[in-house]
Design a protein around this ligand. Structure first.
Ligand SMILES: [Fe+2]
Length: 277
């Protein structure tokens, strides 16, 4: 069975998807089909959380396809080869537009030649949203492979909630109109900035509107960090190894998953990464 056939079988194209696809008109209207909450005209990182998060705005699921691998590294950059620089930013929110802190996003894509790394972890990585529910991915524009339009795969999981598996798409791609897996509800807003691309997309999960619990439950394992355990005060942008001990706000924590820290990943916000000792 070909990759495309496998993806189509798993996907089970919905009536809603077909109706959405039927609404697509090439060129400018493609941008018009981008969900309103995914747009930022400047193309800069989002300044505010989405304002419309009704049931109709739920991010639709899609097949994971044949190339998902568990155990991706915890990192925000998956740019592991040449290509057009790409950033993707946005929020993970629930049905009341409440930001979801500590949500897990696991991205994977092909390289610029259309090939997936099915042996290693190139162009694969997972991260957690910060306390505002924001994520930030650095990558390259993925290439094309037979039968599919340009896309990025992603799994999104609010702490303790079911995993949403879906894909993100690029506007104005010729193959969008022939790829039956394509869903315009999953179009990113993409801006050309210099020689690169800046994209935004907000994920709306089917979670009712209570404030998020800062208890991320990543399901992935990470590669060992070369950085040995270290003490001192927690800080962002530090590669912490498994077993590293830090202090934060007068409390001590031990690292449970090797990772490079980011703003918003303070130990009290990321109990999956840090355990009180
Ligand atoms: Fe794919």
């Amino acid at each position: 069975m070909s990759d495309r056939e496998e993806e189509k079988r798993a996907n089970g194209v919905s009536r809603k998807t077909i109706l959405r696809a039927a609404m697509i008109v090439p060129a400018v209207p493609l941008l018009a089909s981008v969900p309103a909450l995914a747009r930022t005209p400047s193309g800069q990182p989002l300044a505010a959380t989405p304002e419309n998060c009704d049931a109709d705005d739920l991010t639709p699921p899609q097949t994971e396809g044949p190339y998902f691998k568990p155990g991706s590294p915890l990192r925000t950059s998956i740019a592991d080869g040449p290509g057009t620089a790409l950033t993707v930013t946005g929020y993970v929110v629930g049905l009341s537009c409440q930001p979801i802190a500590g949500a897990l996003l696991d991205f994977w894509q092909c390289d610029n030649g259309g090939n997936y790394d099915n042996v290693g972890t190139r162009f694969r990585g997972h991260q957690l949203t910060d306390t505002q529910g924001k994520y930030f991915l650095t990558s390259i524009v993925p290439g094309l492979y037979p039968g599919r339009t340009r896309h990025i795969h992603v799994k999104v999981q609010a702490p303790g909630k079911p995993i949403l598996t879906t894909q993100l798409y690029f506007p104005n791609e010729p193959r969008n109109s022939t790829d039956t897996i394509f869903d315009p509800a999953l179009l990113m807003n993409v801006q050309i900035v210099g020689s690169g691309r800046q994209a935004t997309f907000d994920f709306v999960l089917n979670i009712q509107g209570t404030p998020p619990s800062p208890s991320p439950t990543p399901t992935k394992t990470t590669s060992p960090s070369p950085t040995p355990p270290s003490g001192g005060t927690w800080a962002p942008y530090v590669a912490y190894a498994l077993g590293a001990q830090v202090t934060y706000a007068g409390l001590s924590y031990v690292c449970q998953i090797a990772h490079t820290s980011l703003p918003g990943w303070e130990p009290p916000n990321t109990p999956a990464l840090w355990r009180r000792v």
